[in-house]
Write a protein that binds this ligand. Sequence first.
Ligand SMILES: Nc1ncnc2c1ncn2[C@@H]1O[C@H](COP(=O)(O)OP(=O)(O)O)[C@@H](O)[C@H]1O
Ligand SMILES: [Mg+2]
Length: 335
Amino acid sequence: MIGRNQIADRHIGSLLEDYPFLSSFFKENGLDYQGRDDSTLNQIFEEYDEEEQEERAMDPELLMKQTAEFINQMLAFLNEDNEVHSLTILPGTDKSGEKEGFDSLVIRKSEVISIVGPTGSGKSRLLGDIEWVAQADTPTARNILINGDVPDSTWRFSTSKKLVAQLSQNMNFVMDLNVREFIELHAESRLVENPGEVIERIIIEANKLAGESFSEETPITSLSGGQSRALMIADTAILSRSPIILIDEIENAGIDRKRALDLLLSEEKIVLMATHDPILALMAHRRIVIKNGGITKVIETTEEERTILSTLEELDRTVLAYRTRLRAGEILIKG
Ligand SMILES: Nc1ncnc2c1ncn2[C@@H]1O[C@H](COP(=O)(O)OP(=O)(O)O)[C@@H](O)[C@H]1O
Ligand SMILES: [Mg+2]
């Protein structure tokens, strides 16, 4: 464990060398540290008089303690990465207050589970329960266990150690950033060692997923729905350290679904996706059927369903090819 005294008198340059993630922490806390490699934190603080400290809402003692705490948390987080092997859902009640008809549902690493059911049946609610690691404290009264146990509260409250990455229908980009800057921001907060390489890979993969290509200079606000989703998926698959990925109805996004799922699965994760898309539903190893707010069935995808999936994929390719040609202004002919 690192304490306040071990950082107060160290040079900024050497701190940043040992703990590169401090740069974003310093920035967030309004500390002008750039070009000050040879100063210590104490020296920097001494330069602000009381009035300035007040203006910047700065409390040097507190900030020093928080810096030490942040370093400890980050180091712990880096070591404990991906320790989730299973996720367990224990039954709650449906919308009528009836107990759900299963004993416990265990989902393991590298498994893909789809969630099917009519609109309003409770698919997003189930994802929400998992995201919140519910302990009988949501409308469904379900309990979620991690590795067979009641999770310790750091999963819930820590922002650095995220259990779940959520991909949702609405990607609201409000930031004035281009694609590269956007990914850089994530790469930095996720402490990757070779950001340049990773950024490159994300842009390449995202472009493989999206119908129309975009570049690293494209402003994120001008990405189409499909492009922004492709970017989010590639970013999550490649950068996210979260062991569980939740996907809420991303089907109508004009992206290559199979490739997207393969990309997410190439890292050993648990993937749960709510979907109305038969292809996505059947791509999963198992599917949860939801009705009236409750889980009524868990079905393993059968061999026969897998052959049906191939047929659907073939149809899908045909539709996509026609779409591409129509978009390009062609007149369609049969065959
Ligand atoms: N078991 C439940 N008990 C009480 N309310 C529920 C339950 N399941 C879902 N709901 C509520 O029903 C509404 C619709 O659920 P939602 O998850 O949005 O449906 P879907 O995503 O399938 O369209 C939400 O307000 C949700 O909180
Ligand atoms: Mg929903």
